[in-house]
Design a protein around this ligand. Structure first.
Ligand code: ZN
Length: 410
């Protein structure tokens, strides 16, 4: 099989796929693939970045694609159908061809589809169509959807950042959301917090955010917790009680709260995603416990260790800037973009459709330079008191690092 263009590849799947329907062998189903004949071959396209040129002098491949597009046949049945009016087609040959097509992301298992109630399939029509791109014989688009429906995200803060994350999580159909915030709705929120209504000024923000989710999609389980964060122990207790799959953090107070989130999440193996904004810069990063460096690594003692002169200078400037009185300057388009990127990173963690993109690799967006982006990886600190290999799973200590230079403000 000859091909040109960039290979589209899904990352390793983290969540185990749903078990195959009991007793039902796979029924390979061609995705939304189109092809045309070019002399003795076929031009086959699924993704615009990727096309396949397949030799097919006797038309067998085209016949195979036609049968796979119809679906509803096992490999054995496909082999039998291909043998009608031709030489007998060995099952092993069909099996090898199916494996090759699956390897290139062109198939999913029709036997793993069709279980969703029609109303649910209609509600999630575009989500399912998106997941088709990442589906395979071992994991259908509906498997991705079911993973999201059974997922639980703890959303820390329902303000500037996460009021733009929550709608995306709800739209994706994340089955359970726990929202935490301690503020009331204020007039100044309306530059970027579109979950709230003018008539709700003075009301508790987290209650209104939860009401928004319930009104948007009553099938989403949502809990509101009207409280602030006062330390890593409190966060640890929350995580132990709630057992979320991922934390989406958009809070910037009290000082040091990001390190508290880090200290609570990392030992418990709970990934967290943090979005935030400076004056005309935005950033999204995540921490993937056991796989990536953690936030405490970024604040390793002896700041010059492992950092370039530029990075050290930048960090010193951030510390100085952090002493300035806080004014959140995030406008709606900025918060909206960061909220969307945060939600997409959460989606990566929940479904494993591709590896996390910002794990210890924050993406920074310069809103004063055409939204130019850059990514700078953090090095892992082998002596990190939070993420170094350990046997106990208590809340890590040692979070006496810099408090306010964390890239991000909610
Ligand atoms: Zn660390």
């Amino acid at each position: 099989m000859n091909r040109s263009g960039e290979v589209v590849s899904g990352g390793p799947v983290r969540s185990a796929p749903a078990p195959a329907p009991a007793g039902r062998p796979a029924e390979p189903q061609l995705k939304g693939v189109v092809w045309e004949r070019t002399g003795d071959g076929l031009r086959v396209v699924y993704d615009r970045r990727d096309q396949f040129l397949i030799a097919d002098p006797d038309g067998v491949v085209e016949a195979l694609l036609g049968l796979l597009r119809e679906g509803g046949r096992t490999v054995d049945a496909v082999a039998r159908a291909l043998s009608v009016g031709r030489d007998p087609m060995p099952v092993a040959d069909v099996s090898a061809a199916v494996a090759l097509l699956d390897e290139h992301g062109l198939l999913e298992d029709g036997a793993r589809r069709g279980a969703l109630p029609p109303a649910e399939a209609e509600r999630h029509f575009s989500n399912l169509a998106f997941f088709e791109s990442f589906a395979s014989l071992s994991r259908s688009r509906e498997d991705f959807h079911r993973t999201l429906r059974s997922a639980h995200v703890l959303v820390l803060g329902t303000g500037g950042l996460n009021s733009n994350t929550i709608p995306h999580l709800a739209g994706l159909g994340v089955g359970r959301l726990t929202l935490l915030d301690r503020d009331a709705v204020e007039a100044r929120n309306f530059a970027r917090q579109y979950l709230y209504r003018w008539s709700e000024i003075g009301m508790r923000k987290v209650d209104r955010a939860a009401a928004w989710v319930r009104a948007f999609d009553p099938t989403i389980e949502v809990e509101a917790i009207d409280v602030g964060i006062d330390g890593p122990e409190q966060l640890g207790e929350l995580l132990d009680r709630l057992r979320p799959d991922v934390v989406a953090s958009g809070i910037d107070h009290p000082d040091g709260v990001d390190l508290w989130v880090n200290a609570a999440c990392v030992p418990r193996g709970v990934p967290f995603v943090r979005g935030g904004m400076w004056v005309t810069e935005g950033v999204v990063f995540s921490v993937d416990p056991g796989r990536s460096a953690c936030l405490r690594c970024y604040f390793r003692p002896g700041t010059a260790a492992g950092l370039s002169e530029d990075a050290t200078t930048v960090r010193a400037g951030l510390r100085l800037l952090s002493t300035r009185s806080r004014t959140n300057r995030g406008i709606g388009p900025v918060a909206g973009l960061l909220g969307a990127l945060t939600a997409f990173e959460v989606l990566r963690y929940l479904t494993g459709l591709e590896p996390p993109a910002y794990a210890a690799l924050p993406v920074t967006i310069d809103f004063a330079a055409g939204c130019a982006t850059r990514q700078d990886e953090w090095a892992r600190d082998p002596a990190c008191p939070v993420c170094r290999p350990r046997t106990d799973h208590g809340v890590a200590a040692g979070d006496d690092g810099p408090r306010s230079a964390t890239p991000g403000r909610g």
